[in-house]
Design a protein around this ligand. Structure first.
Ligand code: SF4
Ligand code: SF4
Ligand code: FES
Length: 449
């Protein structure tokens, strides 16, 4: 059905301009870009507008329709009452070139500041391998059409030109997250996001997610996971303070752990704890040393104290809770504690940890092991795969692979189980969980070495 609509369009350039009123014909099925083209053809031949595909794929026709950042080619006229005035203005965050065309070169400058994909030097072209789950995770971010609507709506730069040098914006947070999730990328993208691209200025209002025409969950899937991974070390005041205090035995314990001298690490940590029982770094080193020696139940006693001492700081508390849940579960897996005895404690610890994370992925490795000790193998596989996609820490990844291997073996997926165990061994050859897992696999007739 044809009707005459009232349009108000911004005309001018970066120096000056005004809204001008037009009455223009609208036909059934048309979008805002059709009306702008009709105006060009019939009333305002010099009206500037940028567009290319008219299919929501090139990201060129971004503008603000009734104040909301939209693609003009994807905004149906049928969404507005016929009597309403439809106002079309250029993107507010960027300088106007003319009428509805803005200069978005800010985004290209920021794009150049993101170092490109950096694979390990020892790999040659053609040797890159990644699992399907890793491909799928970053696929969402690759849907970006660079329309910059998210950049336009972000309040950090929308009315704050002064923030632009320090803040790259949501489009580049998804680019950094994509690289961060790539299993072969060797750069520390989280720190880069924080230090160079202003991740800390984002206060996760989710406005960027709301306007994304590709429905990319920018905040939930890119920004929050990256924030979670930098927050522990950077913003937890106790960890920061702890890092400033000299602790000889504590440091010695950490060093010994790093070089695989677990018994020595245990001694250093115990010495330090005799001097200062509240030293959480030493307590964590002791728990890690015990665990690395296969003393899982003793490690769980230490992580229990860590939880009690963690206070209310989010990062330290989450770290202690997840370490404790994992320690209890490994003790059950190794037969050092019974599931009956610790199940309530495990569930409460996991629930408390869950409350502190915004995405379940942080606890995937723990969930996987929890399902495994309950014999829920398919769930264990699914969580372990998710954990492997996320865990970049060598030790955590090695543990996730052991869990995956055991669950797969139980499901009869022998080849994949053996391959996961081999990969785990290459990451952490002395992991005491490996021994038990190898025995289990052998008893199932699976060759893992
Ligand atoms: S969530 Fe962050 S990046 Fe997205 S619009 Fe809000 S402040 Fe900007
Ligand atoms: S993330 Fe979405 S809104 Fe932002 S530039 Fe890409 S497609 Fe556009
Ligand atoms: S013209 Fe290509 S997205 Fe609108």
């Amino acid at each position: 059905m044809t009707y005459n609509a009232r349009f108000r369009i911004w005309r001018g350039d970066d120096a000056a301009g005004q809204l001008e009123d037009f009455t223009v014909e609208v036909n059934e099925g048309e979008v805002v870009l059709d009306i702008i083209h009709r105006l060009q053809a019939t009333q305002t031949p010099d009206l500037a507008v940028r567009w290319n595909c008219k299919a929501g794929k090139c990201g060129s026709c971004s503008a603000e329709v009734n104040g909301i950042p939209r693609l003009m080619c994807m905004t149906r006229m049928s969404t507005f009452p016929e009597a309403d005035v439809v106002t079309v203005t250029p993107l507010r965050t960027f300088p106007v070139v003319k009428d509805l065309v803005t200069d978005v070169s800010f985004n290209y400058e920021k794009a150049r500041e993101v170092p490109s994909f950096a694979p390990p030097a020892e790999l040659q072209l053609g040797e890159y391998r990644m699992q399907q789950v890793d491909v799928e995770r970053s696929q969402e971010f690759r849907k970006c059409i660079e329309c910059f609507l998210c950049q336009d709506t972000c309040h950090v730069v929308r009315d704050h030109e002064e923030n632009k040098p320090a803040f790259s914006g949501p489009r580049f947070f998804i680019r950094l997250a994509e690289l961060d999730m790539h299993p072969l990328d060797t750069k520390d993208r989280k720190r880069e996001a924080q230090a160079t691209h202003g991740l800390g200025m984002c206060n996760i209002t989710k406005c960027c997610t709301e306007v994304c025409p590709e429905h990319i969950k920018i905040t939930d899937n890119a920004i929050i996971p990256m924030k979670e991974r930098v927050v522990d070390t950077r913003y937890d005041p106790l960890i920061w303070l702890g890092s400033k205090i000299p602790r000889r035995s504590s440091t010695a314990a950490d060093k010994a752990l790093g070089s695989g001298q677990n018994a020595q690490a245990e001694q250093h940590a115990r010495t330090r704890l005799r001097e200062k029982p509240s030293d959480r770094t030493a307590r964590r080193a002791l728990a890690d040393a015990l665990r690395a020696q296969g003393q899982f139940a003793a490690a769980a006693e230490q992580t229990r104290v860590l939880v009690e001492q963690a206070g209310r700081g989010r990062g330290a508390r989450l770290d202690a809770l997840s370490a404790h849940a994992f320690a209890l579960l490994t003790a059950v897996e190794a037969g050092q504690l019974t599931l009956d005895r610790v199940e309530d404690e495990v569930s409460t610890t996991v629930q408390d940890a869950q409350r502190l994370v915004s995405t379940g992925t942080v606890l995937s490795g723990t969930h996987a092991l929890h399902h495994l000790v309950h014999g829920r193998l398919a769930e264990a596989v699914s969580h372990a795969r998710e954990a492997i996609a996320w865990d970049r820490d060598r030790v955590a990844r090695a543990d996730d692979l052991v869990t995956l291997s055991e669950a797969l073996a139980g499901l009869g997926e022998d080849a994949e189980a053996a391959s996961a165990l081999r990969e785990s061994r290459s990451l952490w050859p002395t992991n005491p969980r490996l021994q038990a897992a190898s025995v289990n696999l052998r008893s199932l007739g699976v060759a893992s070495s």
